[in-house]
Write a protein that binds this ligand. Structure first.
Ligand code: F6P
Length: 534
């Protein structure tokens, strides 16, 4: 079994009508998976039973589940950085010990969770105050994995938010922090500096700006700062008291970190109980992933569908299309999770990959996307597999009809992609309005090729527990795809070069270093900017 077998199957399936696959048996039941109260349907793809068997064999041969058990057990899976990969330990509320270097890490994890809960409660009930009284606003300053998770989840779970307002600042662009702080009262604002390393230039620059802003009004700005970091020496040097520093170990990767201290802003927003429900959702998905047979395993089948589309059929991108507006930041969150994890060109042993790395992931909430880029998805020349998701119920019982309309739109899009509209149907549609050559021309514009693959994830309602399940589902999907590709999904060397060059360019732009070592284009761009005041 090999990648070439998979590609041969994809070639053979090209042009085969997906609708024909529904001809015998109950394909909808056979090509869907349940986990807890969620349903993942992949029947509207061009995968047949033999291809699924091949994919499952490939996963087995790659040792996916052995690697998964090794990950959960704390083995050093992140080989290029010599680290375990244990974000799952952060949500291991009900499981047994997890040993790293002879120590049970769950003891520390639970102690930190308890400290976070104590602090979150104090912020929420007003026993911790700012120098001007009860905390009204929380500003989380962080970037990448120290921003996207909590920012996405705070928005997703807004119906559960009953704490102070949460704001997120990530970009080093002064515009974002200026726009965020404008209108906030420094005396009632808590600033959370979220940075695993506490060296990230964007975060440290914004943290210094926030401290200066606060210092103009309050006597002791550092007393209204908390830090989420693995670098306690650096948080102390910044002046943040250890009682408000929440640490985590190096085996928590940035983009996998929202389950621990990086989730503090979410915990303050929704409260410790709902945060635990979020963790439990993820823990339930972990258990499902470890125990379900491959064909009944949701992360496995989501991943194998992804491998089929990307490495098999050669579709270079995939659209993630959550229909709920509150999941607006999910595509951005998944972009980091998937593309920083599986955007690698060499395998674990340094060899060039035999197949393409992970795909480009992109998307927007459902009906907005329909009025923007779905045109290309339906009638463009490239095939883009779509991953739809929607909840059965919303949180606005008085506006139930709007949620029904939302769900109808979601289902309609996957149906349209599947069946399309033939030239005959298009002709019939336009027959009353045009005739002859003009009818033919007009009809051609209204043809939908159809036969375009999509999957649909359904869940009962966007609760903390469900969000935990969804995020863990995608984490394990990335894991399965990464193991099959033979890559290290847990490092991110590809972000380093740009960081180094930016550091070197700052003094050039400030006129303190010369640009002579730069390429001709960069020199010209620097020159243009300097003449205009950069
Ligand atoms: O973009 C690289 C990266 O290291 C991400 O993986 C990480 O989530 C982000 O930067 C932020 O890092 P830190 O939490 O150390 O500030």
């Amino acid at each position: 079994m090999s990648w070439s077998d998979l590609k041969s199957r994809a070639e053979a399936a090209q042009g085969r009508p997906i609708l024909d696959l529904f001809g015998t048996g109950d394909r909808a039941a056979d090509f869907s998976v349940s986990a807890g109260d969620m349903l993942f349907d992949y029947s509207k793809t061009n995968m047949d039973a033999a291809t699924r068997d091949l994919l499952i064999d490939m996963a087995r041969e790659a040792g996916v589940m052995d690697r998964a058990r090794a990950m959960f057990a704390g083995e050093t899976l992140n080989e290029t950085e010599g680290r375990a990969v244990l974000h799952t330990a952060l949500r291991n509320l009900n499981g047994g010990p997890v040993m790293v270097d002879g120590q049970d890490v769950t003891i520390e994890v639970r102690a930190t969770l308890g400290r976070m809960e104590g602090f979150a409660r104090a912020v929420r009930d007003g026993s911790y105050t700012g120098q001007g009284g009860r905390i009204t606003d929380v500003v989380n300053i962080g970037i990448g994995g120290s921003d996207l998770g909590p920012a996405m989840a705070v928005e997703a779970l807004s119906p559960y938010a009953d704490g102070p307002r949460c704001h997120f600042v990530s970009n080093v662009d002064a515009a974002q922090i200026a726009d965020t702080l404008r209108g906030l009262d420094p005396a009632t604002t808590l600033v959370i500096v979220a940075s695993k390393t506490f060296t990230t230039i964007e975060t440290m620059t914004n943290a210094a700006t926030a401290r200066a802003w606060m210092g103009e009004v309050v006597a002791d700005p550092a007393a209204q700062f908390a830090a989420l970091s693995s670098a306690q020496d650096k948080t102390a040097a910044f002046g943040i008291d250890d009682s408000r520093v929440f640490g985590f170990a190096d085996w928590v990767g940035g983009r996998y970190s929202m389950w621990g201290p990086i989730g503090l802003s979410l915990m303050i927003a929704i409260g410790p109980e709902d945060f635990r429900a979020f963790l439990t959702g993820a823990e339930d998905m972990d258990r499902h992933f470890l125990s379900a047979e491959p064909a009944q395993n949701m992360p496995m089948m989501l991943a194998l569908t992804g491998i089929w589309h990307n490495q098999g059929c050669g579709y270079a991108t995939r659209a993630v299309l959550p229909y709920e507006q509150r999941l607006a930041r999910l595509p951005a969150y998944l972009q980091q999770l998937e593309m920083e994890s599986n955007g690698k060109r060499v395998s674990m042993d340094g060899e060039t990959l035999e197949v393409d790395s992970g795909p480009v992931v992109w998307g927007e909430p459902g009906t907005n996307g329909q009025h923007a880029f779905y045109q290309l998805i339906h009638q463009g020349t490239r095939v883009i597999p779509c991953e739809f998701m929607v909840g059965a119920e919303g949180h606005e019982p008085d506006l139930k009809h709007q949620h029904t309309l939302l769900v109808a739109n979601c289902l309609a899009q996957s149906e349209a992609l599947l069946r399309g509209r033939s030239l005959d149907e298009a002709r019939d549609l336009m027959a009353g309005k045009f005739e002859g050559d003009e009818l033919e021309r007009q009809a051609r514009h209204r043809v939908f090729p159809g036969n375009r693959p999509s999957t649909t994830l359904l869940y009962p309602q966007l609760t903390p527990h469900v969000l935990g399940q969804i995020v863990a589902l995608y984490e394990h999907r990335v894991f399965v795809e990464g193991v099959m590709l033979g890559i290290n999904s847990f490092d991110q060397w590809g972000v380093e070069l740009g960081k180094e060059l930016a550091k070197a360019l700052q003094p050039v732009l400030e006129g303190e270093a010369d640009a002579s070592g730069k390429d001709g284009s960069t020199r010209a761009l620097v020159d243009w900017l300097q003449k205009r005041g950069a």
